[in-house]
Design a protein around this ligand. Structure first.
Ligand code: FO1
Length: 311
């Protein structure tokens, strides 16, 4: 595989595949378009969880057991916040805090999210291009049995317990793709566009909701291949399966293919899945990513499927 590869990603599962991709091909050939719908202000700090998870993962600083945040973290700041009666349901490690303080400071000085992320990536020697889906605010909120909740309130504070009724991406209609996002999709040097096995509804849909992105994917010359986040009727990590049931959807790769109808040309499904008739091209692989080698193999399998679809 030569040429550039663009990948749409969010959350922990997405970061795993981006890492595999950055080992399967040269990291400087990869552009990651990252969900920012999870971003929020907390304790006055601008926090971008999916961007930070990817920064940590590509800089080999991630807490891989926890999935988010840094390895070897200390929690003095949170202990001090707790002792002063501050909110402590959203855990901010001492090292992690540096990202949020510097981001808040730089955004306050008029830098865009794209510029802040590019600065952090350069500081950590990350060769992959990391692009937020937009530099404009897009806020994922969920309508639940307990009312309207901001994303982190639902995901972290409430641990996804309330029954989910609908998901909305406030601000998406006014949001513009960040600089380089559309270009990385329609780039003639782009050999493949991957959709990571992130939660389609919470992590990929916000990206597709930014005007222009879905259209660019539909007209891109590169094949678009998604990796199914569902393995044999269950979600690999996070609340995807529960959320699909609450949305009245069958938890299967077929539902994922239907959800991405018109966006993807191929779907990589797990070899454990039952036989499946799909309206699009598909291939099977072991899509569980426990080790770095697993991550690389899934990336390679997705690229191989894309190669068979190159127009
Ligand atoms: N997830 C949790 O379940 N509990 C936390 O306390 C928590 C803190 C946190 C801090 C920074 C950060 O970048 C992510 C954090 N996450 C936490 C994960 C975060 O909610 C998710 O990674 C994304 O929003 C969903 O993919």
């Amino acid at each position: 595989m030569t040429g550039r590869v663009t990948i749409l990603t969010g959350g922990v599962g997405g970061a795993k595949l981006v890492l595999g991709l950055c080992h399967a091909i040269p990291a400087d050939q990869v552009t990651a378009i990252v969900n920012t719908g999870d971003d929020f202000k907390h304790l006055g700090l601008s926090i971008s969880p999916d961007i930070d998870t990817l920064l940590y993962t590509l800089a080999a600083k991630a807490n891989v057991v926890q999935g988010w945040g840094r390895e070897n973290e200390s929690w003095n700041f949170m202990e001090a916040v707790r002792s002063l009666g501050g909110e402590h349901w959203f855990q901010l490690g001492d090292g992690d805090l540096a990202l949020h303080v510097l981001r808040t400071h730089q955004l306050g000085n008029g830098q865009t999210t794209s510029q802040v992320v590019a600065g952090f990536a350069a500081a950590w020697g990350i060769k992959t291009r990391i692009l937020p889906m937009s530099d404009d605010p897009v806020t994922t909120r969920v309508e639940t049995s307990d009312g309207l909740l901001d994303f982190q309130e639902y995901f972290v504070r409430r641990r996804c317990e309330p029954e989910l009724k609908a998901i909305r991406f406030d601000g998406s209609q006014q949001a513009r793709p960040a600089p380089g996002v559309l270009e990385s999709i329609i780039d003639p040097q782009c050999q493949a566009i991957l959709v990571a096995p992130s939660n389609p509804f919470l992590s990929i849909d916000p990206i597709l909701a930014v005007p222009g992105i879905r259209e660019a994917l539909a007209t891109a010359s590169a094949p678009v291949v998604a990796v199914s986040p569902v393995v044999n009727g269950a979600s690999v990590k996070g609340p995807t399966a529960k959320l699909m049931k609450e949305l009245g959807l069958v938890v299967s790769a077929g539902t994922i293919a239907a959800h991405y109808e018109g966006v993807i040309n191929g779907l990589l499904i797990d070899r454990r899945d039952p036989p499946l008739e799909l309206p699009i091209a598909s291939a099977r692989a072991d899509t569980l990513m426990h080790t770095l080698n697993d991550r690389i193999n899934v990336a390679r399998a997705a690229l191989d499927l894309a190669e068979t679809l190159r127009r």
